[in-house]
Design a binder for this molecule. Structure first.
Ligand SMILES: [Zn+2]
Length: 418
């Protein structure tokens, strides 16, 4: 399938000079002029819109969008164990599918092509992604030893079920150090090694987790995982809010990627990851939304904005995390953390996950620096068209693959019982 996107302003350009982008079989063939003899199956008139690689949400919990606004303004452990878990334990696969599809729709409307879903119902997230046409990394968050063997069996069954599905990949995800024993964590690291899959874990998210770890193991959560030999696979650690200077060096030394979820961390009163220090130490840092139960939205433009601003304020230095750096965190760094090659840049040979943004809105005028426009001025409502894997899944603010009326009907039904 050949697609030609005409007359767009690339984010890497000067904000004034339009280009055409040629796409063949999901890969960008050229940015500038279409190659000689290029005969597209579809031509999309860009209308002078700003064009950028799609955003990557490197940590979320898809089905939990049906729990949006269900447990707010609560301490973290109360939110988790009393607000969220009793509700999600009542959910079935069908409800999780509609919740996941709702998340997909929200993310696409805000310029996101790829998500990394962790927790229950990875199959529902994978099915929703395939229906709408998103790129999905899914992982079942497992806890143990109690019930741990059953969960591993279910996890392996899901990996088998979706093996070979296009644009769906897996990670192995022990939920957290406070819900998994040492033996269980190591067993999962072994499984990841056997299956050559990366690992995803919640880590150093709250003061309570840090204090409990110091009490139980005499060291920080990061030191504990290093000590037991957990970091032997490519690993993505979510949150990393509570870090010591030694923790930062250990994460860099062990090649661990960190996904920061600024809005969720702030809302739960946990603080925020020291992104500037992590990046400076050489850690691959990316961004996520966490779930709509704690965020309460899945808008990666908003995360981008928070990530760029918070650290200037807390470091007392406006030069830290400049717009281009923040944008890398929301795109190419996310792809690296999820072990997806050639994703997150608007360049020849890279995957064609492309977003067109309206420029005929006040906050996009004038565009002197496209990166600054996207990071500091956009709120995501500018998203006009989204192309994923070379296919137009959202065109001039309309979905091409799903019926939103049907989706909203199901969400309203589920909300009555969950
Ligand atoms: Zn999370």
């Amino acid at each position: 399938m050949d697609l030609l996107i005409k007359n767009v302003l690339p984010i890497t350009g000067d904000g004034k000079t339009p280009v055409d982008i040629a796409v063949s079989d999901g890969v960008i063939r050229s940015v500038g002029k279409a190659p000689e003899g290029f005969r597209p199956d579809e031509t999309l008139e860009g209308g002078g819109r700003l064009c950028m690689p799609a955003l990557i949400n490197a940590h979320t919990h898809m089905y939990m969008s049906v729990l949006r606004n269900a447990a707010d303004d609560l301490p973290f452990m109360t939110w988790l164990f009393e607000g969220v878990m009793p509700r999600e334990n009542k959910m079935d696969l069908d409800q999780a599918y509609w919740g996941s599809l709702l998340s997909c729709a929200e993310m696409i409307r805000r310029g996101c092509s790829t998500f990394n879903d962790m927790h229950l119902f990875p199959g529902a997230a994978a099915k929703a992604a395939m229906k709408i046409g998103m790129r999905a990394v899914v992982n079942r968050a497992v806890t143990g030893p109690e019930g741990g063997e059953r969960r591993i069996k279910e996890m392996l069954g899901e990996i088998e079920e979706f093996k070979g599905c296009k644009n769906v990949s897996f990670m192995i995800a022990p939920h957290a150090i406070y819900t998994c024993s040492t033996e269980y964590l190591l067993k999962l690291a072994d499984i990841a090694e056997e299956l050559s899959l990366p690992v995803h874990i919640h880590l150093s998210e709250s003061v309570a987790e840090m204090n409990d770890c110091l009490r139980d193991h005499g060291c920080t959560p990061v030191e504990y995982l290093v000590k037991i030999g957990f970091f032997k696979n490519p690993t993505l650690a979510a949150h990393c809010v509570q870090l010591t200077e030694t923790d930062i060096l250990l994460l860099a030394e062990h090649g661990v990627s960190v996904v920061s979820n600024p809005k969720s961390n702030l809302k739960l009163g946990n603080g925020f990851a020291p992104l500037y220090q992590l990046d400076k130490a050489g850690v691959n840092v990316c961004l996520g939304t966490d779930s709509a139960a704690s965020n309460n939205s899945l808008n990666m433009f908003s995360e981008l904005n928070y990530a760029a601003l918070i650290h200037k304020g807390t470091n007392g230095d406006p030069t830290v995390i400049p717009a281009r750096k923040a944008f890398e965190m929301a795109t190419v760094n996310g792809a690296k953390a999820l072990c997806i090659d050639n994703l997150g840049k608007l360049e020849e040979g890279w995957k064609a996950d492309i977003v067109l943004l309206d420029t005929d809105v006040p906050q996009m005028m004038p565009i002197r620096d496209p990166f600054a426009s996207v990071v500091y001025a956009c709120d995501g409502s500018e998203t006009d068209t989204v192309i994923i894997d070379g296919k137009v899944v959202y065109k001039h603010k309309e979905f091409t693959t799903i019926d939103t009326e049907e989706l909203y009907y199901h969400i309203k039904q589920i909300t009555e019982v969950i």
